[in-house]
Ligand binder design. Structure first.
Ligand code: FES
Ligand SMILES: [Fe+2]
Length: 443
């Protein structure tokens, strides 16, 4: 593969964000109101094509979109049948666990007829899927919102944006007090303290805001709970904003604000509320200009008055499988913006360093009970081969990584990929197998 002079030219998905693309957790991929029983939708998140459908019993389900038979996209012509979906091409029937349960014209179903099924959850009018970099099942629950079915609150009013950036970076905005004044025109610099929303710590900021009635005292309280960011606004009109998002890929995020207001049917309060929402929309549009053009500094130069940003980052980082830059890489990244840290920490030639190989080998030993992992790569070839000998000598696997794939991915990405149940099965199947890892499948 030809080397570009500037690593940014490689089109790395995170050229502005030197950390893994996807946080572990629940991501909102659909809306209950838009998915009737039997409904089928093509969606794209986590860099993958997916199919979302509602089964006859009413469950929302998500599978990887491509039928394992001959690759038809299940959302284009697929029909819900019972608790699964039938492919339009040759009528293979996939259940909600992603297993093929019927091939109407065949005597046997191939044992490998399995599509990746995503763990789903439907709550508060949203449909979420669970993502974990190492394939671990969900270990947290999306809480019920008390306002969701409370008639004192209006139905949701929604705003949605496709934003070039990362959710991690955008979440920071809610604890960034100072920008409310300078970017959004809040009449005073806010003052923050702590509160509690649904059992999660919250940050409460008090500020003066402009309203159709003139300047008023407003409070913004926000918190993040599994699957959702929650913002309560009071002062002008009680407003709840539920922020849900999902990474489309390493570059774009699908961001949605769902608003509810408590007006009690008073038309004046409703009018004020609507004006307030228009102002919030204006604020988001101001933020987006910054989000889409900014660069993430690992060690920003914060002053005391910047408030909770440092704490937000420490907390949010824990949600990722995979590495954030080391202190040394970070210094390079922050001072020489434009140099991707991978170009600093990595050998110039794509491939494993000895340390990376050892890290991957120990993962393979424990995950696949491999007795021996041998590395085989020569400068001329475009691949790196890892030979895996199982406990029994008869079991021998070769995992072939494309060099391009090694260049583009951290070892933790590769580990995450190999740990996925479906990939594990593929590696474990058979006596001797060659398992190829094309770069396109990771990320
Ligand atoms: S491609 Fe789906 S059944 Fe043939
Ligand atoms: Fe903002």
């Amino acid at each position: 593969m030809p080397q570009a002079a500037n690593p940014v030219d490689l089109g790395l998905p995170n050229e502005r964000f030197p950390f893994p693309a996807y946080p572990n957790g629940w991501a909102r991929v659909g809306l209950s109101e838009e998915l009737p029983v039997g409904g089928v939708e093509a969606i794209r998140y986590f860099g993958r094509e997916l199919v979302l459908f509602r089964t006859e019993s009413g469950e929302a389900q998500v599978l990887d979109a491509y039928c394992r038979h001959l690759g038809a996209h299940l959302a284009h012509g697929g029909k819900v049948e019972g608790e699964g979906i039938r492919c339009p091409f040759h009528a293979w029937h996939w259940n909600s666990a992603g297993r093929c349960i019927d091939i109407p014209y065949a005597k046997k179903i191939p044992p490998k007829a399995q599509i990746r099924a995503w763990q789903t959850c439907e709550r508060n009018g949203f449909i979420f899927i669970w993502y974990h970099g190492e394939g671990a099942p969900a270990d947290e629950v999306v809480p019920e919102l008390p306002e969701h079915n409370d008639p004192a609150w209006s139905p949701y009013f929604r705003l949605r944006w496709k934003i070039r950036g990362r959710g991690y970076d955008m979440g920071e905005n809610t604890v960034d007090d100072v920008h409310f004044h300078y970017l959004h025109g809040a009449a005073s610099l806010p003052k923050s303290d702590r509160g509690d929303i649904l059992g999660s710590k919250s940050v409460r900021s008090k500020m003066k805001m402009q309203s159709p009635q003139g300047e008023v005292d407003a409070t913004i309280e926000n918190s993040s709970v599994p699957g959702m960011g929650i913002v309560h606004l009071s002062g002008i009109c009680d407003t709840l904003i539920v922020i849900t998002s999902a990474p489309i890929d390493g570059e774009y995020v699908d961001q949605m604000f769902s608003y509810k207001q408590r007006s009690g049917g008073d038309p004046k309060a409703e009018r004020i509320g609507k004006a307030f929402l228009r102002d919030l929309e204006k604020q988001m549009n101001e933020d987006i200009v910054v989000f889409e053009n900014k660069r993430y500094f690992v060690n920003p130069l914060l002053v005391e008055e910047d408030g909770q940003i440092g704490e937000y980052r420490r907390r949010s980082r824990k949600r990722y499988t995979g590495e954030f830059p080391t202190a040394k890489d970070a210094a390079e990244w922050d001072t020489h913006a434009g140099v991707h840290p991978r170009s600093i920490s990595r050998p110039k030639e794509p491939g494993f360093s000895q340390r990376e190989f050892e890290e991957l080998a120990s993962f393979l030993r424990s995950t696949f009970k491999a007795r021996r992992v041998v590395r085989e790569d020569d400068d001329a070839s475009e691949t790196v081969r890892l030979e895996l000998l199982g406990r029994e000598d008869a079991l021998k696997h070769v995992i072939v990584f494309e060099r391009d794939c090694l260049w583009r991915n951290e070892v933790s990405d590769l580990r995450g990929y190999l740990a996925k149940p479906i990939v594990k099965d593929r590696i474990r199947a058979g006596g001797t197998s060659v398992f190829e890892v094309p770069s396109a499948e990771i990320g």
